[in-house]
Design a protein around this ligand. Structure first.
Ligand SMILES: [Zn+2]
Length: 296
């Protein structure tokens, strides 16, 4: 009798341990975003002012979910504030708005566990391998980093600067979270999970060509819409192009129409709807006809 009671009690405890977090999450997501958090999104997520009410509500639910699920850690003495958490969550969830925004239960970055925030640029060890294979280790100043083990690291100083009109096309949160999406396919190689071989074929063709063109532009010091940092490798190209897609959509669509179309299919949202600024006239992109990179 006592044994049956103990087993029953154990079952209740296990069930409660499983149900309570789900219930807490559901309660958090179903609550409207507090007005002070809405004000932070309006201040620090550039696209928010152009959104309709449905999109704002969807982003709000996703931010609630993100804040509930992900751990934020202040580093090097940084004391975290709501301004920091909500700004980072809002910008990170922007990438998911078209992909999962309308779902009953938003799932934001399932493999991400924590966001570490430094007050400014942080030093990180980097291995360099020269042409003869000699490995040297040095420390580099970084603004952000994305790891496949569930961590994103950010410099708050650069997050804060990234959403202003003074830094068009640059946003360290969009950049690092694009790497998180990229890594969901198992490799961080510039091709996120696309679902079908046909989609990979089209992605590879378009992005390989534009990556090759960017490498060429970088070599000759010719500045276009995309930052030359994207010429580093295909993964950086995807992250840099994601920054432009959300921050300078008109310019990117005019200069790289096929790339823009691939991103429309992937992100399932058109950021041009949030910016009323008409595109500046641009010249036709030069065609070099050489493909250096292979995507997959
Ligand atoms: Zn990067």
């Amino acid at each position: 009798m006592m044994e049956a009671l103990a087993v029953g009690l154990l079952g209740v405890v296990i069930l409660a341990a499983w149900l309570v977090p789900k219930w807490r999450l559901r309660r958090a997501v179903s609550r409207p975003l507090p007005p002070q958090h809405v004000a932070i999104l309006a201040r620090n997520v550039m696209q928010y002012s152009g959104m309709d009410d449905v999109q704002r509500q969807q982003l709000g639910r996703m931010v609630q979910h993100f804040l509930h699920q992900k751990k934020f850690v202040g580093c090097a003495g940084l004391e975290l504030t709501d301004e920091m958490r909500v700004t980072i969550a809002g910008q990170a969830c922007l990438l998911l708005l078209g992909r999962i925004g309308g779902h009953e239960k938003p799932v934001s970055y399932p493999t991400l566990e924590m966001v570490l925030v430094y007050p400014g640029a942080f030093l990180a060890p980097r291995k360099q391998i020269d042409v003869s294979g000699v490995v040297t280790e040095e420390r580099q100043d970084l603004l952000g980093e994305s790891w496949g083990d569930g961590r994103v690291i950010l410099s708050w100083d650069h997050v804060r600067r990234g959403h202003t009109a003074n830094a068009p096309g640059h946003n360290v949160v969009l950049h690092e979270f694009a790497h998180q999406l990229d890594s969901e396919s198992g490799n961080t190689n510039g091709a996120p999970y696309l679902g079908s071989s046909e989609r990979y074929r089209s992605w590879s063709e378009v992005l390989s060509r534009d990556y090759a063109n960017l490498r060429h532009d970088a070599m000759w010091g010719r500045q276009g819409v995309l930052d030359h940092y994207g010429a580093t490798n295909p993964a950086e190209f995807f992250a840099v192009a994601t920054e432009s897609f959300f921050e300078q959509p008109h310019q990117l669509a005019a200069r790289h129409p096929a790339l823009y179309d691939e991103f429309l299919k992937y992100y399932r949202i058109d950021p041009r709807q949030w910016q009323s600024t008409p595109p500046a006239p641009v010249e036709e992109p030069p065609q070099y006809g050489v493909v250096y990179g292979q995507w997959r």
